[in-house]
Design a protein around this ligand. Structure first.
Ligand code: ZN
Length: 319
């Protein structure tokens, strides 16, 4: 059997896959630090918006392993609130980069600052940030696997007080995913003496998934409920604490189990935009539309994910 007992130490920005044989459960523990902070801090989001997007990003990283794929998992909310769109994308490294090359994370939230402030100020205090800011709508899961395999999309209604509630609703409606997830996002004090903000965004998450019943006919419902309860009772602070390693956290979460940890996968904040891609998109527009985009003698395109600016002279676009 592959895997070994908790010998791999990976500290931060990491996915730690694991398995608990006794319970026929496998899982992914996610710890995000600098990679998450870099995605969330680049846009000046209000804290409540950053926190919601952070939750979606952790869900993307954690669930990517539940779909068997070597490609991209994208989660997208579309809704009627002050934050009408959020996208979180996690891409496994391409096969040629090797099986343990870093996964790549990017995401962004579209929001109306005035509406966000008004919803936080005047909204129903009994409602969660998600209910107040995101509102009603849908959550789409899209898997774009490696070339040659089929694209998959699943959609569920945004319901309940958190994004995770909607993800659980999605798991319940899906035949293939007998799974549960726990996510925490928050700001913690910066450890180094860096300049700028004295706090950074961190997140932690645990996804557990039952082995398929067709392969494990003897699997035990009691054991599944026991592991579910352990995940549900984990402390928020512990998930966010940068000093607790993934290894220690698995031990704390499942103290009575022989948890097998697999090779951890590093996660990095990395966009996939490029000048070539932007150029290609621009060329797909009619010349008249591109001409309308010329300002001060150039066309500027800004990537919504990473804020990179791409500038083109009209002659480069054959105008
Ligand atoms: Zn970009």
């Amino acid at each position: 059997m592959p895997g070994e007992s908790l010998t791999h130490v990976a500290v931060d920005d990491v996915v730690q896959p694991f398995q608990i044989d006794r319970a026929d459960v496998r899982g992914r523990l996610v710890r995000l630090g600098p990679a998450l902070d870099s995605v969330l801090s680049g846009h000046g989001y209000p804290d409540a918006v950053a926190s919601l997007l952070g939750e979606l990003l952790v869900v993307a990283v954690a669930t990517a392993g539940a779909f068997k794929f070597q490609g991209m998992l994208s989660l997208q909310t579309s809704s009627d609130g002050a934050v009408p769109l959020m996208i979180a994308e996690y891409r496994a490294a391409p096969a040629e980069d090797g099986p343990i090359a870093p996964g790549r994370l990017r995401g962004y939230a579209r929001y109306d600052a005035t509406l966000v402030a008004a919803a936080l100020r005047d909204g129903d205090p009994k409602q969660s940030a998600m209910e107040r800011l995101v509102g009603k709508g849908s959550l789409a899961f899209t898997v774009e696997p490696s070339p040659g395999a089929e694209r998959y999309q699943g959609i569920t209604a945004l319901e309940g007080p958190t994004i995770v509630e909607s993800v659980h609703a999605y798991f319940r409606q899906s035949d293939q995913l007998d799974a549960a997830i726990r996510v925490d996002v928050g700001r913690v004090a910066r450890i180094s003496n860096g300049t700028g903000s004295n706090s950074v965004w961190r997140a932690g998450g645990v996804l557990i998934q039952r082995m398929p019943s067709r392969d494990y006919p003897e699997r035990d419902d009691e054991e599944w409920r026991r592991v579910l309860a352990l995940v549900g009772s984990s402390g928020r602070l512990e998930l966010l604490d940068p000093k607790v390693t993934a290894r220690d956290m698995l031990r704390d979460l499942f103290p009575e189990d022989d948890v097998r940890a697999y090779q951890p996968i590093q996660v990095e904040a990395r966009c996939r935009c490029s000048r070539e891609r932007v150029d290609m998109v621009l060329r797909s527009f009619p010349a008249s539309e591109i001409a309308d985009m010329v300002v001060d003698g150039e066309v500027t395109v800004t990537c919504e994910f990473c804020n990179s600016h791409y500038r083109f002279a009209p002659i480069e676009l054959n105008l």
